[in-house]
Design a protein. Structure first.
Length: 246
């Protein structure tokens, strides 16, 4: 049966991502799945200490031919549009919030690129410094990432899908931001929907979906999982731990 690996919301934690890749390398060696792709579920940036290094690591890995696929998350879109579209307000953000709000985590991302902390008190100044310091190659890498990846038995997406809407009719805002209409719907969506966005203490299998955001943004671990059909295992230093559906 085809195997696929997936990694949850990283949020600027390069060392955690490298550790997750190490766990996958061990599992590949033990289970003969060297050709299985690794899908990163989005929210690459914000809150963690090294978003700049993390984007460079992923971008260079993809460029040299690593079998990595990378989804865009809502935080990734926030970074790109903060720099490229000054008047844009993400519909997923409450009015009154912007990319520099302490709860978003954009300040740590910009500082990882060398933006002066004093510049972060003013949107225009912060954006001007970011334009100079954030490589366009990083922004283009984010902007060109897929919004969903359909592997047949599994569907990978950052936040979830709008239940009852055909996959080719899903809106980007839902794919990057949706919560309750998706999280509270117990119906079978066809493929197993593998997602992040809503932070948990531990990756969890809900039969119709698998949430692999284990709160790396808030000091938790970064989850790496391996899937075979609708079955999933969390990768640990001791090996595979099956995620039994609720």
């Amino acid at each position: 049966m085809q195997q696929v690996y997936a990694i949850g919301d990283i949020h600027g934690h390069l060392s955690l991502l490298q550790g997750a890749h190490d766990l996958i390398a061990r599992d590949r060696a033990a289970n003969g799945s060297a050709v299985a792709p690794i899908i990163h579920i989005g929210d690459l940036v914000d809150r963690g200490p090294d978003s700049a290094g993390l984007l460079r690591y992923l971008r260079e890995g993809v460029a040299r031919g690593e079998n990595w696929q990378v989804l865009i998350g809502n935080h990734d879109r926030l970074l790109v549009n903060f720099i490229r579209q000054p008047e844009w307000h993400d519909p997923g953000l409450r009015r009154g919030l912007d990319y520099l709000h302490p709860g978003i985590g954009g300040r740590t991302t910009l500082q990882s690129y060398g933006v002066d902390a004093r510049a972060l008190d003013d949107l225009a100044t912060a954006r001007a410094e970011a334009l100079e310091l954030v490589p366009d190659s990083d922004l283009e890498f984010i902007a060109t990432r897929p919004r969903m990846i359909d592997m047949g038995e599994q569907l990978f997406v950052h936040a979830g899908i709008r239940p009852g809407v055909a996959l080719d009719q899903q809106s980007e805002d839902d794919l990057l931001w949706i919560r309750d209409p998706f999280l509270l719907d117990p119906r079978n969506h066809g493929p197993l929907v593998v997602h992040g966005h809503t932070a948990l203490v531990r990756a969890r299998h809900y039969r119709n979906r698998l949430n692999i955001d284990s709160s790396a943004a808030y000091g938790g671990p970064l989850s790496a999982v391996v899937l075979e059909g609708r079955k999933a295992w969390l990768l640990t230093p001791e090996g595979r731990s099956e995620l039994v559906p609720n």
